[in-house]
Write a protein that binds this ligand. Structure first.
Ligand SMILES: *Cc1c(COP(=O)(O)O)cnc(C)c1O
Length: 398
């Protein structure tokens, strides 16, 4: 997945352009900037590649989620349905707005289970936020029909699956809003950065203003611009955007490499009758950022994960025990350990997750192993890796 593995001359040239003018800010300073508008260019390139009308760059993927929800009017006391298996950014972005994170089970797609979503809907539900974890997607068709029926927003977190598609559409472009992260370990990176994509003109305009202190960006004098509503600073810098501009031009090259490496590893594991692969919803194509597979039970998965590590196969994750990506270790959320007082709405409305039953999620996440697909491997390294994986897993299954 990490695009930083393949930094080269393109990234260097783009960053040099910015340094040559000295204008590191994406707005203003028109006279000094030698015509470089890296953030704007990257927004155009991203919108085009993601087949969306608009893109708004921001400072991180977490900011993208926050800005997406805020732009569509999510606020205090609104409930947002999110999966039990995701990065902590999901509930961070929801809580940042005073909205309420409603944890909901995942299924064998490792993403939101549509039946569980249906059951989690209340009169306060405002949005459903599927997270396309580890290179593959939620059943967007089923989720869209639920959202349409209940008049809910569909906000896609495609941070870990950029370049995947569903029904021929790029992930992120299917829902009302889609979010990407360009942090250092993502498929394409800006160092730090993120983006919101949407076809909706008012969400775009809201995102544009909200991510820059409410600036309406009308006219040529930043100080004279007006502020139609409150915002924050979630801006990206020109330096970061410059790196991203070089990287997005290479996205399809990166995806092809991921698919090639993924295929070698998958074909090596397919002969094991005990192994099944994560379900990709009909109509979907993965980004191949990870290879995800299930062992027959949690105990075997845990042993297989240890054996892979012992065999020197790095980058394989047993998410069930992970501190950041699975609800079991989110005690800071469950115990409400915030530095200051919570908004009353969140305090009153958020379920007591220490009493929740997420055994349906445990069933799948507990037997899953996810292996990161790297871009920098040589063909020989991928083959050797496949052999080591087969050896380690054979040892456990015997
Ligand atoms: C990386 C990531 C984010 C957050 O992105 P940052 O740029 O690190 O803030 C959000 N959701 C998922 C699924 C991610 O993997």
């Amino acid at each position: 997945m990490p695009g930083f593995e393949l930094f080269g001359d393109q990234e260097r040239a783009q960053v040099q352009d910015v340094l040559d003018s000295g204008v590191l800010m994406r707005y203003g300073f028109d006279g000094m900037r030698n015509g470089h508008w890296k953030a704007e260019e990257l927004e155009k390139a991203l919108a085009l590649r993601m087949e969306s009308k608009h893109a708004q760059l921001v400072s991180s993927g977490t900011a993208a989620l926050t800005v997406a929800l805020a732009s569509a009017g999510v606020g205090a006391g609104d409930e947002v349905i999110m999966p039990t298996f995701t990065f902590v950014a999901s509930f961070e972005s929801i809580l940042a707005l005073g909205a309420v994170p409603m944890l909901t089970d995942v299924d064998d797609t490792l993403t939101l289970a549509p039946e569980a979503v249906e059951n989690a809907i209340t009169p306060r539900t405002k949005a459903v936020m599927p997270v396309h974890m580890c290179g593959s997607m939620a059943d967007l068709n089923a989720l869209k029909s639920i959202c349409d029926r209940h008049d809910l927003l569909l906000v896609e977190d495609a941070c870990q699956a950029i370049g995947g598609t569903f029904e021929g559409k790029p992930l992120g472009s299917y829902g009302d809003l889609g979010c990407f992260s360009f942090d250092y370990v993502k498929t394409i990176t800006c160092g730090e950065g993120g983006a919101v994509i949407t076809d909706n003109d008012s969400y775009k305009s809201n995102a544009d203003h909200y991510s820059d202190h409410g600036h309406d960006h009308v006219g040529m004098d930043r100080g004279a611009e007006s502020h139609p509503f409150l915002g924050y600073n979630y801006r990206i810098s020109e330096l970061n955007a410059a790196v991203g501009l070089a990287q997005i031009a290479r996205l399809d090259e990166f995806l092809a490499i991921q698919k090639k490496h993924y295929t070698v590893l998958r074909e090596a594991l397919e002969p094991f009758p005990e192994i099944t692969f994560r379900r990709v919803p009909e109509g979907g194509e993965e980004s191949y950022a990870f290879l995800n597979f299930f062992l027959p039970d949690a105990d075997t998965a845990k042993k297989a994960h240890t054996a892979l590590g012992d065999a020197g196969v790095d980058g394989c994750f047993y998410w069930f025990d992970n501190n950041w990506h699975y609800y079991r270790k989110w005690e800071h959320l469950v115990q409400r350990k915030s530095l200051g007082k919570w908004p009353q709405e969140v305090y009153d409305q958020m379920p007591d997750y220490s009493k929740s039953d997420f055994s349906k999620s445990d069933h799948w996440v507990g037997r899953n192993i996810s292996c990161l697909i790297k871009l920098g491997w040589t063909e020989k390294e991928v083959r050797e890796r496949a052999d080591k994986m087969v050896g380690a897993i054979r040892g456990v299954l015997q």
